[in-house]
Design a protein around this ligand. Structure first.
Ligand SMILES: [Mg+2]
Length: 204
C-alpha cells in the first residue's frame, strides 16, 4: 500500500516497456502548471495529501522507520494500521505546507477561464472533514470553494468516481494523485482519461 516506487514514474510514457502495470500513460508532474485543460466542462479530480498538501514527514517515512525497527514484529496489516496511526498523529500535530502555490493558482484560473470544475478526492475518512478543511485553510485554499469527497479508504478512487461522482455534462475528466495505486484504479475505470502523477519537491 505504501510502496512509493518512484522508479515506475520513469516508465510513464515508455510504450516499449511491456512490464508496465496496465498502460501507464500518465504524465509525471511537479507543478500544477503542467496540467492541460483543453475543453470546457472538464472535471479536475485532485487528491489532497502529498498532492496539494505536504507535511514534513510523509507516510513512507513512518512506514520505512517501522520496517527498519520492527519488521518481524508486525503482520502486513498491522504495519499499515500503525503507519496510518503515526502519520495521522503527525498530521494532527503539524501544520501542512502547499506543494505548489503558484501552479495551483494558475490551474484554478484555467479552470475558471474554461468553465470547468474542480473537486478534491481523498482517501481520508469523512470523520476528518473538519481537520481536512482546516488543513486546506492553512495553505490558503478556501475549504468551501471546492467539494471534498472522502473514500474513507474503503473503496478505490476509480470505483468511487464511477459510483458517486456525477459526470453528467462532463466533457473530460482529469485525475491528479501522488500514489500509483490510485492512478491505476482511475486508469482501470477511465482508460481514456488523462491522469497525472504529482511528485512534490522536484523529484522528477
Ligand atoms: Mg496522496
Amino acid at each position: 500500500m505504501f510502496n512509493n516506487n518512484s522508479n515506475n514514474s520513469n516508465n510513464s510514457n515508455n510504450s516499449n516497456n511491456s512490464n508496465n502495470i496496465s498502460n501507464q500513460n500518465y504524465q509525471v508532474i511537479n507543478s500544477f502548471e503542467s496540467i492541460q485543460i483543453t475543453k470546457p466542462n472538464t472535471l479536475i479530480i485532485c487528491d489532497i495529501d502529498e498532492t496539494v498538501i505536504h507535511f514534513q514527514r510523509s507516510v513512507y517515512y513512518f512506514h520505512n522507520k517501522l520496517i527498519d525497527a520492527f519488521v518481524e514484529d508486525f503482520t502486513p496489516n498491522e504495519l499499515i494500521d500503525i503507519t496510518t496511526l503515526l502519520y495521522n498523529t503527525h498530521k494532527m500535530n503539524n501544520k501542512p505546507h502547499h506543494t505548489d502555490v503558484k501552479g495551483f493558482f494558475q490551474l484554478t484560473q484555467k479552470i475558471k477561464d474554461l468553465s470547468s470544475n474542480f473537486i478534491f478526492l481523498t482517501a481520508r475518512n469523512i470523520k476528518s472533514d473538519e481537520m481536512t478543511k482546516s488543513d486546506l485553510f492553512s495553505i490558503f485554499i478556501n475549504p468551501n470553494q471546492y467539494p471534498i469527497h472522502y473514500t474513507n479508504n474503503k473503496i478505490s478512487k476509480g470505483e468511487y468516481i464511477s459510483k458517486y461522482i456525477d459526470l453528467d455534462g462532463v466533457s473530460e475528466i482529469i485525475f491528479i494523485d501522488d500514489l500509483d495505486e490510485n492512478l491505476q484504479s482511475f486508469n482501470y475505470f477511465f482508460p481514456n482519461s488523462k491522469y497525472y502523477k504529482f511528485i512534490y519537491d522536484n523529484k522528477i
